[in-house]
Ligand binder design. Structure first.
Ligand code: NAD
Ligand code: DAU
Length: 336
């Protein structure tokens, strides 16, 4: 069985590739990635010599490269993670989000249709649903209308609609997963949790947007990997599955939890200008995927302890990232 994982050098795709290579020695796992600023192969040093691991450097928006690869390898499954994924970057420069997330997805769908894959799993996000109010009783279900608010979420919603259309029009066997905020090992330090951990560890200020009361629903990346494994094998063709573990926290709660765990002072928090169009609250109703057989294993309390420990033990990985191009990004994005 040949499985193509796009974006397998990034955060979630990288964890998924490791999980699949170790779990299924009889599956050939192909990690296709362009190695943008967000992708790196050092995270796969432990699996790169395994017989069932393969790497292909390619751009999903390169029609010829993708079509040629699919014609040659005849993949059975495609699990599609590759994307531009950071909301702040989409606000600063939306164009590349449309090219990668929309055009790239359409090119993959065409190539998958041409060879007749067994399943195309499209990894999407709860952000396509827009935002919820600050109550504790409303949740995103698979029936919630799409109402994306940022250029990033609009590009993901567009790709979701394309995936749906290839199922409805051509009968391509697809699933769409819409997950809440992930965290865990190899999370790129531009996102809230790894940014906070890495800056607290060097006694630097933590930029919190607005009043810090926005709410996100945090899922450990391992639990996201098990969900995708399940959907890939058992998902009903054409269906959407929301993934989340009921771990809602305000941003301020997340940041103070990390500061406390590392024994530092809350004086490190600096409230900065709010993100444009900042979605108030995300929260997932995971009933449908739970009925399919999925259950999360981490709570936020257990997951954040594991994650902080990982960042303490793997300083060389994130220190090498924040010492490069990242510094320019940080200076442009923040004025602290
Ligand atoms: P990431 O930014 O860490 O990784 C993205 C990967 O895609 C990188 O390795 C990058 O090199 C690669 N890539 C980018 N453009 C490419 C191109 N044109 N061709 C080939 N490869 C390319 O992202 P992530 O956080 O791991 O997210 C993965 C997927 O999961 C995305 O589709 C995202 O929308 C979705 N998602 C993320 C979260 C989250 O909390 N991070 C939650 C729900 C859904
Ligand atoms: O919900 C799923 C989404 O989660 C994914 O689709 C995205 O790819 C992923 O990046 C993530 O989006 P968010 O915008 O929610 O994640 P981020 O870590 O950027 O921000 C989390 C919250 O923290 C958000 O309310 C904004 C806030 N924040 C973020 C940063 C980077 C701050 O207050 N300060 C910061 O410096």
């Amino acid at each position: 069985m040949k499985i193509l994982v796009t974006g397998g050098a990034g955060f979630i795709g990288g964890n998924f590739v490791k999980y699949m290579v170790n779990k299924y020695s009889d599956y050939d796992i192909y990690n296709l990635d362009l190695l943008t600023y967000a992708g790196d192969l050092t995270k796969h040093q432990d699996i790169s010599t395994k017989k069932n691991y393969h790497f292909v450097k390619a751009d999903i928006a390169d029609h010829e490269a993708i079509t040629t690869l699919f014609d040659k390898e005849k993949f059975d499954f495609v699990v599609h993670f590759a994307a531009e994924s950071h909301v702040d970057r989409s606000i600063a420069d939306p164009g590349v989000f449309i090219r990668t997330n929309v055009l790239g997805t359409q090119i993959l769908l065409d190539a998958a249709k041409k060879i007749g894959v067994t399943k195309f799993v499209h990894v999407s996000t709860d952000e396509v649903y827009g935002e919820l109010d600050f109550d504790t009783t409303s949740f995103f279900t698979e029936g919630t209308p799409l109402q994306p608010n940022s250029p990033y979420s609009a590009s993901k919603a567009s790709s979701d609609l394309l995936v749906r259309s290839y199922h409805e029009t051509y009968g391509l066997p697809v699933n769409i997963t819409r997950c809440s905020n992930n965290y865990g090992p190899y999370h790129f330090p531009e996102k809230l949790i790894p940014l906070t951990i890495s800056r607290v560890l060097s006694d630097q200020k933590i930029p919190v947007y607005g009043d810090g009361k926005n709410v996100r629903d945090w899922l450990h990346v391992f639990d996201h990997c098990t969900a995708i494994d399940l959907v890939m094998h058992k998902g009903v063709n054409g269906e959407v599955y929301n993934v989340g573990g009921h771990n809602e926290r305000t941003n301020l709660e997340v940041v103070t939890t990390i500061i406390k765990a590392l024994g530092k002072s809350e004086n490190l928090i600096e409230f900065v200008e709010d993100r444009l169009g900042h979605d108030k609250r995300y929260a997932i109703d995971p009933t449908k995927i739970e009925k399919l057989g999925w259950k999360s294993t981490y709570t936020f309390e257990t997951g954040i302890v594991q994650t902080i420990q990982w960042y303490l033990e793997n300083k060389e990985w994130w220190q090498q990232i924040i010492s490069g191009e990242y510094q320019k990004y940080f200076e442009n994005q923040y004025s602290i």
